[in-house]
Design a protein around this ligand. Structure first.
Ligand SMILES: Nc1ncnc2c1ncn2[C@@H]1O[C@H](COP(=O)(O)OP(=O)(O)OP(=O)(O)O)[C@@H](O)[C@H]1O
Ligand SMILES: [Mg+2]
Length: 382
């Protein structure tokens, strides 16, 4: 697998020179190039290239360097006339290195070597799946917890379950675990967040390869957690876990935006009634403004009842979006699971809600495997 590169450059000549150099440098693939920063940023939020090469044409570029660095991209900045001040501001914004235009091949290769890039695994299926709704009490935690358990069971791969509902998290209560460490400890520790550290600080759940990271022990410390820390943590986790399942709050704020930006798939649970349709629409509009493609968000109808007054087709028509999955209403099973602190499968392996959540996990893991195979086939045929 190559490191992926995106280039923001308005000068066609300079862009072509850089692209030509990359043809000869092994281990890197130029995925995209943009002449407009905003367009480019919308794309890199989804693609998450390893490297961004950006022409610093003004102050605006520094903002995009900052944003790209927050996403975990290594940034190489270009300029035809570096001054000490400009270089300092660029590095402070988060660039890893700066080189001059016209770009010289040796300078570019030296700069790439300095980046200390993460190892690119040959398996690209590490996916961050976030259960989010702007409505409280809609079933986010119930879905996140049971989905994580089912994914760990089905795939036998490493799954992380993160409670990013930083003030009101209840993942540990849903699974009756008392983790020794919490997210504040993990984020504030100076120890390198490598596999060894993560697997020791996350709480392993029973005999599954499921590792839980709980919300801060003290709700008042939640505000000290910075969006950047969250995106950096997620980047570390991508290297360790096949699936990262996130439960989060209903807030629409900077922290939520960072979590959603860093997610590969957003599972959006809703119930079916008129206010919920309006609410769902509002949130889909927000996702649109954030630059998310429809592919990134999946609507899950929770507490689904057949022959309800509003049926799924009416709901889909009103929303102009398809429903990805339906989770049946089963108050008894879910409440006994919550009260006992176990997944629904431990209450009743064959209940409709257990089967639905298991099948959802299968559908998600199958589609990810399919995507990986398609990507591999594509990379071999290009
Ligand atoms: N499929 C379901 N069938 C019946 N009841 C359900 C279902 N899913 C969730 N519930 C009920 O909804 C309640 C809220 O669920 P949950 O705590 O998972 O929601 P949440 O969106 O995480 O809430 P919060 O916004 O407070 O974090 C549960 O206590 C349970 O009673
Ligand atoms: Mg919750």
């Amino acid at each position: 697998m190559d490191y992926t590169v995106t280039i923001f450059e308005q000068e066609e000549e300079s862009l072509n020179i850089i692209k030509n150099y990359f043809e000869d440098i092994a281990g890197y693939t130029v995925k995209n190039s943009f002449t407009d920063y905003q367009d480019g940023y919308s794309a890199i939020k989804n693609d998450l290239p390893n490297i961004l090469i950006i022409d610093v044409t003004g102050e605006e570029a520094l903002m995009y360097i900052r944003k790209a660095a927050e996403l975990g991209c290594k940034v190489i900045a270009l300029n035809s006339k570096w001054t000490t001040g400009k270089a300092i501001r660029t590095l402070r914004a988060g660039a890893s290195d700066f080189i001059s235009i016209p770009v010289i091949k040796n300078e570019l290769t030296e700069s790439l070597q300095k980046l200390a890039l993460p190892e690119v695994s040959s398996d690209t299926k590490n996916r961050v799946l976030t259960v989010f709704s702007n409505k409280g009490g809609i079933g986010k935690t119930a879905i996140a917890v049971n989905l994580a358990v089912e994914l760990a069971k089905i795939t036998k791969e490493k799954v992380a379950l993160l409670d990013l509902n930083l003030q009101l998290g209840d993942v540990s209560a849903f699974l009756d675990v008392k983790p020794t460490f919490d997210i504040s400890y993990v984020l504030n520790s100076n120890i390198e967040k490598d596999e060894d550290f993560i697997l020791k600080t996350f709480e392993k759940y029973k005999n599954l390869e499921l590792y839980i990271l709980a919300e801060p022990a003290f709700a008042e410390t939640a505000k000290d957690i910075k969006p950047k820390q969250i995106s950096m943590l997620l980047n570390s986790l991508r290297k360790i876990f096949s699936y990262i399942i996130i439960d989060m709050s209903s807030a629409i704020d900077e922290k939520s935006a960072t979590i959603l930006d860093n997610s590969d798939l957003i599972l959006f649970p809703t119930i079916i009634n008129i206010p919920a349709i309006r609410n769902c629409q509002r949130c889909m509009d927000w996702f649109g403004r954030m630059g998310y493609s429809e592919n990134k968000t999946r609507i899950l109808v929770n507490r689904y009842v057949e022959n309800d007054e509003i049926n799924i087709t009416d709901f889909e028509t009103a929303l102009g979006r398809e429903v990805y999955w339906k989770i049946p209403n089963n108050y008894f099973t879910i409440m006994s699971a919550i009260n006992k602190g176990v997944p629904v499968s431990e209450i009743n392996e064959d209940s409709n809600i257990t089967c639905s959540l298991r099948d959802l996990a299968i559908k998600i893991s199958d589609s990810i495997i399919e995507q990986n195979i398609t990507e591999r086939v594509k990379s071999k045929t290009v």
